[in-house]
Design a protein around this ligand. Sequence first.
Ligand SMILES: *Cc1c(COP(=O)(O)O)cnc(C)c1O
Length: 403
Amino acid sequence: MVALEEQDRRAEDWRSGTTLVHGGCLRSPFGETSEALFLNSGFVYETAEEAEARFKGEAEGYVYSRYANPTVSMFEQRICALEGAEAARGTASGMAAVTAAMLCQLQAGDHVVSARALFGSCRYVVEDLLPRFGVESTLVDGRDIAAWRAAVRPNTKLFFFETPTNPTLELVDIQAVSELAHETGAQVVIDNVFATPMLQKPLALGADIVVYSATKHIDGQGRCLGGVVLGAEDFVEEKLHDFLKHTGPAMSPFNAWVLLKGLETLPLRVERQCASAAMVADFLAERPEVHKVYFPGRKENHQHAIAGRQMTAGGPLVSFDIAGGKAAAFRFLNALQIVKISNNLGDTKSLVTHPATTTHQRLDEQARAELGISDALMRLSLGLEDISDLLGDIDQALSASRI
Ligand SMILES: *Cc1c(COP(=O)(O)O)cnc(C)c1O
């Protein structure tokens, strides 16, 4: 067997654009330019002694792709370098990452405090799944520090939230909530999908663990599912690794390869999407068919100051309330020609969602009202189309919503 060679000895000096192209590259003896796709489940050993040594952890090397795979390792090392984390593990999907980040460190009798405004499946995990295994959870308004403090119990082990939140793009103050968590001895897990790894660095702001659905902006081209958990080396090696290894939500090497290539162009795509989102937000704010625009990057946004402290741009999504409720919302959606109706986000294609009837229909009316999800709410994920074409499409669909 010939060992793979690590090429990035000076990687610590690199800026993120360089890291995302070269970081974590393991080049085989063939000297391939693009990262190799190791589409194999198992590995062979020269001798029985070698197999024994690898299983005992006394010799370096891969054992089985459920535990680790060279292409998946490249993805993990590259995103680790971008995030400024000590270690990371890829998973089959974003939900596998969220679930593993929690279950690997919780046990019956523990308590979790979570923001109420969550991606639908994350809310299921916190509200429905954890309690079935004896882990109680309390949902709070994530914007309210006093509410986090009031929810803490002696057995609180984890704080969990996303910021910006889905779908109203409200912000949680990462630094303030992390300080409170650490005062009380809890760990902070942040779902950083809506900010993308480009715009917000939760670990630098005090969070302990960051999770992503790599399905979104990291792939960014609507091709495959993936997730990743990032954090301190002892957490990843001692708690997360064994949980993933033995329960099996492994990232496929093929998906890791797609995501690795996605990382190379992430800064370019996110920068363009943020610029388009800012322009669309300003455009919507001027329109009589729009009641309210939710975009943390606008000066008029009530959380603009927090956005300035923890994000480097307003983000690649815009949400808004359309005048005329569900009927007008559906007329708007059905009139769009370039922007596609989808529950997904973070694609090259601009995608629009009506949360009340799709992603959040599982919640009852009161729960939706608590989250500000009215029948008029629309969530728009900006893609890479020409901004003039996008504004033209939105313009004609807003006109159609009035009829
Ligand atoms: C999509 C998403 C997830 C789940 O990711 P999957 O890859 O679909 O499993 C979790 N959190 C947020 C904020 C998301 O947008």
